[in-house]
Design a protein around this ligand. Structure first.
Ligand SMILES: [Zn+2]
Length: 287
């Protein structure tokens, strides 16, 4: 049986956001083209892009892994809003007439893949926005890096930078905040149901405790030095490896178990990985 959904935003009635969408679309002074990874299109609940699509003129959406974007657009100057070594500040493009800002939407990994696997995107000049707002998503969907914002927030900020006023940004953020709050309420209600159902132990936690090491313990006698770590990518594209707790000497299985234990109460995007100390040192010195 299919769930009842709103015909406009295609979301369940309890989290429909149509009442928040402005009756007249807002018009930024430049084109925005969003390439959304097909996986992201399936994650309707947390995607900020439908809201942009319903609220903005000059906004086009392409859901694909292979963009149809022309490599050269004779009508306008195309740039890609994505970090890279040669990325310039969007601020510097303020005086360019007929600009098209291309954005990619998905998890950080999916967005990176979209850029890597589309030669058209690879060839576009890159721009970044320097901002220090942290994401409104909060714990609902932890962004993979500090200083990294949702597509909606990035687009909203780009409009402020290029249009020279923040009217559209404020409206978009106001709507987004309400949607996130609504979604949070919905998730919280779901969590409580889940807790009640599993006698006070939420199912994901139970499953995570059962994760077993990949290497059979009887074949795993080598002890080496391991480190629990996380990785952060900054808006300028720089990757930082961060060590958590002291390095420890153990077998591979023990290291895996320690990592699983350390992640028990951590949300996706906040979890640690485990790696040989030698690898960690190599990785963190390369940067
Ligand atoms: Zn709706």
């Amino acid at each position: 049986m299919s769930r009842e959904v709103c015909s406009k935003c295609t979301r369940p009635p309890c989290v429909c956001f149509c009442d928040l969408i402005p009756s007249v679309k807002m018009t930024p002074s430049f084109q925005i083209h969003c390439i959304q990874h097909p996986n992201e299109a399936k994650r309707k609940a947390l995607s900020s892009v439908p809201l942009l699509n319903h609220s903005l003129n000059n906004f086009t959406l392409e859901i694909t892994k292979e963009t149809m974007l022309p490599s050269v657009d004779t009508e306008c100057h195309q740039v890609l809003l994505f970090p890279g070594p040669n990325a310039v500040d969007l601020q510097d493009l303020k005086c360019i007439q007929k600009l098209k800002v291309v954005v990619v939407d998905g998890t950080w990994k999916e967005a990176k893949k979209l850029v890597q696997e589309n030669s058209v995107l690879q060839a576009l000049p890159r721009v970044i926005i320097t901002c220090n707002n942290s994401s409104l998503y909060g714990t609902l969907r932890r962004e993979p890096k500090s200083g990294c914002v949702s597509t909606l927030e990035a687009v909203a900020q780009a409009i402020t930078v290029l249009d020279g006023n923040d009217t559209i940004q404020q409206t978009l953020l106001g709507m987004f905040e309400k949607i996130v709050a609504r979604q949070n309420e919905y998730v919280q209600a779901g969590k409580e149901t889940n807790l009640a159902y599993y006698n006070g132990v939420a199912k994901p936690e139970q499953e995570r405790n059962k994760v077993e090491a990949i290497v059979p313990e009887e074949n795993d006698n080598t002890v080496q030095e391991y480190i629990l770590y996380s990785v952060e990518t900054q808006l300028n594209g720089k990757v930082q490896w961060i060590q958590h707790q002291d390095a420890f000497i153990s077998t591979y299985s023990q290291a895996m178990r320690r990592c699983v234990e350390a992640n028990v109460n951590r949300k996706r995007g906040e979890r640690f990985g485990v790696v040989l100390k030698a690898t960690f040192l190599k990785k963190s010195s390369q940067l």
